[in-house]
Ligand binder design. Structure first.
Ligand code: NOJ
Length: 621
């Protein structure tokens, strides 16, 4: 027996593979056979017995922001035919699904997240025929289409809201949330409570005609739907069926955990005494009927075997999230929870600063990895989307000579964890945030602008303004919305005219054309990650996740294990060399199959890990 009993305790669970032993924690999967030695119970464990295999766990997703991906008609704004023209590029990465942000008819106060007609395509993005072409193009290449479903709110230009606003007797009045004013000491009409909108100011807007306020978590032009009203729910379900019938393969459910609010709408506790309005997510991020509603959505999705991922901001409690993603609850396949992405968010606002360490970064990743595998849930893996700055700029540095190495390190860190992997357009090229020299006038997004205007309105000190600008330079949504950098021609090959947002200054060096055929590029590295997830599907998709050397402050290493297969992922978050003593039990024969420096030969007891180094080692079984 190749085990030294002294290394183990009688409560340990041990897997014997290829003559070596892996020791698991106390919450390992059930045993299939017991062997006894004099002092120790050895349990042969096969993680393989514990997994639910299903297509959406094996899939990877490319996320597109239509306005910034590719302009086909020379108006400076990306569109659906532009996406269609780049399907071979997307396919060549090796992804399985494409998620596009909303392109329904919309006044675009919030870039399409304010829908005025869910069954029509905004003319800026194209036509219904173009969507049909997109579907054909994707399906013929073996890929699927995921649409964004904005179900928490509509545009104030939606016919439902126009009618609701026009008369209290409208059949659509109760599609939205209305409340009587509070009356102030001097008889003034005050908002019904003190909740802060996610886009600054109050969540309530006064309607003089009816002497009532309506509720909007986001912009005033985005009134929240009243999900308590069964007719509203039915409308949304009908819209989902409409798109599924058209051929769409699933949905990303926008702000879906906000659909049930505390019906009492109580005042939020005062956390920022200087502010009139207070952060109130505790009253709307997991309301009392959330699971009832999401279960109804899940039923429809299940009927069509459709893909689903729910956006769930301000919800960090795993016990709530597992109710949504636990395999047999059939609510949603997976959710975007933002604990990792929020790592540098201070206590008050997205733009309040917070320092973080690599140790915290990996602890958060570990928390969700372990929690999901122990509770039969599933993670959505992402480091970027259209609402945040670029990962290489936020978490490392885009001015560093190691930007390319760093972008690949982050790809390794996120790309080999357990979960469905999402890649945001341009991340595959290591694209960066706007240059710091660009002033606030270059920023176009309402979240950024409203926040900055509020600071000016509050006449904050120059120091506060500088701090805020520093945070905007890291986290603003605008960074991810800069036009895609296709090549080094004028306007980066994105458009034939000056686009709606300026092109990043680095486009001549950082673009798709220079990377696609370069085997050492960030693009090729991402392609390898998708490829490896297919080649080593058992271990990289379904394998158990386990941190290695968990207390190390600079190295984030983890092991994936599936039956007798195992993989070791090593990433360094340090911009200088780190000497790392490898845990003894990892020194097993195997091969390096991915390395961001490209020249790692194998494992040694003392590894000299270079700045932002990353590699994947497959252990022989
Ligand atoms: C989340 C979306 O990702 C964001 O872009 C949008 O502004 C809000 N939901 C409101 O729909």
């Amino acid at each position: 027996m190749p085990i030294l009993p002294s290394l183990y305790h009688s409560s340990d669970v041990i897997d014997l593979c290829a003559g070596s032993a892996f020791k698991y924690g106390p919450t390992s999967p059930p045993s299939i056979a017991d062997f006894s030695s004099s002092s120790l119970t050895i349990v042969m464990v096969h993680w393989t017995d514990n997994v639910h295999r299903i297509w959406w766990k094996e899939a990877s997703i490319y996320h597109i922001y239509p306005a910034s991906f590719k302009d086909s008609n020379g108006d400076g704004i990306g569109d659906i035919p532009g996406i269609v023209s780049k399907l071979d590029y997307i396919k060549s990465l090796g992804v399985d699904l494409v998620w596009i942000c909303p392109c329904y008819k919309s006044p675009k106060v919030d870039m399409g997240y304010d829908v005025s007609d869910y069954r029509a395509i905004d003319e800026q993005y194209g036509t219904m025929k173009d969507v049909e072409h997109l579907l054909e193009g994707l399906h013929s290449r073996g890929m699927k289409l995921v649409m964004d479903m904005v179900a928490n709110h509509t545009s104030d230009q939606h016919e439902w809201f126009k009618s609701a606003l026009a008369s209290r007797d409208s059949p659509y009045r109760d599609y939205y949330i209305w409340k009587k004013p509070k009356v102030g000491e001097n008889g003034e009409k005050l908002p019904p409570n003190n909740w802060l909108s996610l886009f600054s100011g109050s969540v309530w807007k006064y309607d003089e005609k009816s002497d009532e306020f309506y509720f909007h978590l986001f912009a005033t032009e985005q009134p929240d739907l009243n999900w308590e009203n069964p007719k509203v729910r039915q409308e949304i379900y009908d819209i989902m069926r409409f798109w599924i019938t058209k051929g769409v393969d699933g949905f990303r459910m926008d702000a879906i955990n906000f659909i049930s609010k505390d019906p009492a709408f109580p005042d939020a506790p005062i956390t920022v005494p200087s502010s009139k309005y207070q952060h109130a997510a505790m009253f709307y991020s997991m309301g009392p009927r959330l699971h009832d509603y999401v279960a109804e959505i899940g039923k429809i999705l299940k009927e069509y075997n459709a893909f689903s991922v729910g956006e769930m901001a301000y919800l960090y409690d795993p016990t709530e999230i597992i109710k949504i993603v636990s395999f047999d609850r059939n609510e949603l396949n997976m959710v975007f929870q933002f604990e990792l992405i929020d790592i540098d968010r201070g206590p008050f606002h997205k733009y309040s600063p917070k320092k973080w360490t690599p140790r915290e970064f990996k602890d958060i990743a570990n928390k969700w990895q372990v929690f999901m595998q122990e509770n039969d849930g599933w993670n959505a893996l992402f480091l970027e989307n259209h609402d945040w700055g670029r990962s290489v700029s936020r978490f490392l540095s885009d001015t560093h000579e190691l930007r390319k190495i760093g972008a690949k390190m982050l790809a390794t860190f996120i790309g080999l964890q357990s979960g469905t992997l999402f890649l945001y357009q341009g991340q595959e090229l290591g694209l960066a945030n706007m240059p710091k020299s660009w002033s606030i006038e270059k920023y176009k997004d309402l979240e950024t602008i409203n926040y900055y205007k509020q600071l000016l309105h509050d006449k904050v000190s120059q120091e506060t303004l500088n701090t805020a600008m520093g945070e905007i330079q890291k986290k603003a949504r605008d960074h991810a919305r800069l036009p895609f950098q296709w090549d080094s021609s004028d306007f980066a090959g994105f458009s034939s005219i000056q686009p709606w947002m300026d092109i990043n200054e680095d486009y001549k060096e950082w673009n798709a054309a220079v990377q696609v055929d370069d085997p050492s590029s960030v693009f090729s590295y991402w392609r390898s990650i998708f490829d490896l997830r297919r080649t080593y599907k058992d271990v990289l998709v379904y394998g158990k996740f386990e941190l290695v050397d968990p207390t190390n402050e600079k190295i984030c290493a983890y092991r994936r294990v599936f039956g007798c297969e195992a993989a070791l992922v090593v990433t360094s978050f340090s911009d200088s060399v780190v000497t790392w003593t490898l845990p003894q039990e990892l020194l097993r024969p195997g091969k390096i199959v991915l390395s961001n420096y490209g020249d790692v030969k194998g494992l040694q007891t003392e590894m000299v890990v270079r700045p932002y180094e990353a590699f994947l080692y497959i252990l022989s079984s």
